[in-house]
Design a protein. Structure first.
Length: 292
């Protein structure tokens, strides 16, 4: 006859729960669930979690779900502010980075599907966008530095007011966004404006959590890039303005050292940024695009 569980022996309860996972047929799901069960039990024991506190935590997750819809993913934001998005991305790219590949950074919630294809050298800021001119040049290569021609490069950024076009009724649709194709030397370029840093969305439960933790809400100014080339792992990354006050204190931990750049002065009221996107050979899996 199986033993009844005892309040004084949490390890017997853990063993009983782990046993229920034994028949999970997908081996990866089995491993993930085993670890999740072990860590969740250890966490509850470490903080001596009460039933009331468990309820508060579950209500928080429910609120994260309710705050998620077609144009906003509070779950992504939760993973971002806990550093989980950055952790999984840096782990996933560790071999590529050790071999000289460009460090990744989180995709975030503002990438849009169907960003406009623009010719190399085009301006991505619509007339009337305020701010200092920023000339961006880039090159997509493999880990040896050999050019990758015909790669798709997507970029998006906030305005000098710190707002993405879809958050700001004063900006044109698809302003400060573009898609480019690299030439024979793997090169692309565009003209934009110098972006500003901005707060992550704080109108949902993640905003409440940040406030309860006494944390600031700012991301340092940056430009996003995604490079896609057949036969290579997709690179999603960002380059950060090293002069931004939060360059070393990104609320979502994406601004890793190798991605900080000085936006070099260029002429009377302009700046210049060059980026190298070094891709590792592998399966080409484009990440989920959060916005239509
Ligand atoms: C972004 O870089 O667009 C971003 C990333 C995480 C949370 C909010 C915004
Ligand atoms: Fe961003």
């Amino acid at each position: 006859m199986p033993q009844a569980l005892s309040a004084s022996d949490p390890s017997a309860l853990l063993d009983a729960v782990l046993k229920t996972n034994k028949k999970t047929s997908n081996p990866r799901l089995k491993a993930v669930m085993d670890a999740a069960i072990r860590h969740l039990h250890a966490f509850a024991l470490e903080v001596d979690l009460t039933p009331d506190e468990l309820h508060v935590g579950l209500e928080f997750l429910v609120a994260v779900g309710h705050a998620t819809g077609p144009t906003k993913h509070e779950g992504i934001l939760l993973a971002d502010i806990l550093g989980l998005a950055t952790l999984t991305q840096l782990r996933g790219a560790r071999h590529a980075v050790a071999a000289g590949g460009t460090e990744p950074a989180l995709v975030g919630p503002f990438w849009r599907a169907n960003q406009p294809l623009r010719p190399s050298g085009a301006t991505i800021s619509s007339p009337g966008t305020p701010g200092a001119r920023l000339t961006v040049t880039g090159r997509v290569t493999d880990l040896k530095g050999d050019s990758i021609a015909g790669a798709r490069v997507e970029t998006w950024q906030a305005s000098p007011k710190g707002l993405y076009e879809n958050q700001d009724p004063e900006q044109e649709d698809m302003n400060l966004r573009g898609r480019f194709e690299t030439d024979e030397q793997g090169r692309f370029s565009f003209i934009s404006v110098r972006p500003a840093g901005y707060p992550v969305p704080v109108d949902g439960p993640c905003g409440e959590l940040l406030a309860a933790q006494g944390r600031h809400t700012m991301r340092p100014a940056h430009l996003h890039f995604i490079a896609v080339a057949p036969g290579y792992r997709v690179l999603a990354t960002q380059f950060f303005d090293t002069e931004d006050p939060h360059a070393y204190d990104d609320v979502v931990f994406g601004a890793v050292g190798s991605l900080l750049r000085r936006f070099e002065p260029d002429g009377a009221n302009g700046y210049r940024l060059h980026v190298e996107l070094k891709l590792e050979r592998g399966e080409t899996r484009v990440p989920h695009c959060p916005l239509p």
